[in-house]
Design a protein around this ligand. Sequence first.
Ligand code: PGA
Length: 251
Amino acid sequence: MRKWIVAGNWKMHNTVAESIALAKAIKDGASGSKGGIIVLAPPFTALFNVSEAIKGSNVFLAAQNMHYEDKGAFTGEISPGMLMDIGCAYVIIGHSERRKYFHEQDNEVNLKVKKALTAGLTPIMCVGETDEEREKGVTKDVVGRQVRQGLKGVEKIENVVIAYEPVWAIGTGKVATSAQAQEVHAFIRGILKEIYGSKVDDVHILYGGSVTQDNIGDLIAMEDIDGALVGGASLKADGFLGIIQNITGDK
Ligand code: PGA
């Protein structure tokens, strides 16, 4: 049985004070929600304070990125050990904005996923096709490649979360239909099954891209959609809590 996961990716938003206020509002509002996992991914500068703010609650902390080395001369980077030290349980890896603006490739994503697992963090590995790729009919080629390359050499698949985020749906208000998303989620689970066998029944595959409290109901009803990675709608407590409230029960 898979529990649902709702993760809020705050991207490059919120000062420390704003982050604390938002985290507290979400923690208080979600205190009664059962059966699922709530994750917040503030910017690096607010991780420590949000970690303190959610202590003892059912909300977990995530970073939005990390480096794949333990330490060294990598100016501007953050190591997995530093994230563990500050209370992170999850880390988003290979978000499409990192792939697009910071030129992250599948091999770097793979190094990060493996390192996160070794360090004891749960990677949320993002995959997804662009508008152009969907139009060309190569969605499954692209997503399939990202999944296979990203997971190369990964053994503990049950400790990995995958987020399918069609790039054309991110921040556009153009959510994938539940049928479009389910098709790709089932395709991803099929690849995992081929590689890992039956233990993939426990692997979470989240959908991301313009998720709101109004469309989460249709998405979560699909067999292979186990939750959401939420950007814009995670920046206001009401909208984020609305998403959680509109998910009921285990998957
Ligand atoms: P969005 O972003 O919800 O604003 O579309 C999702 C994401 O980038 O993870």
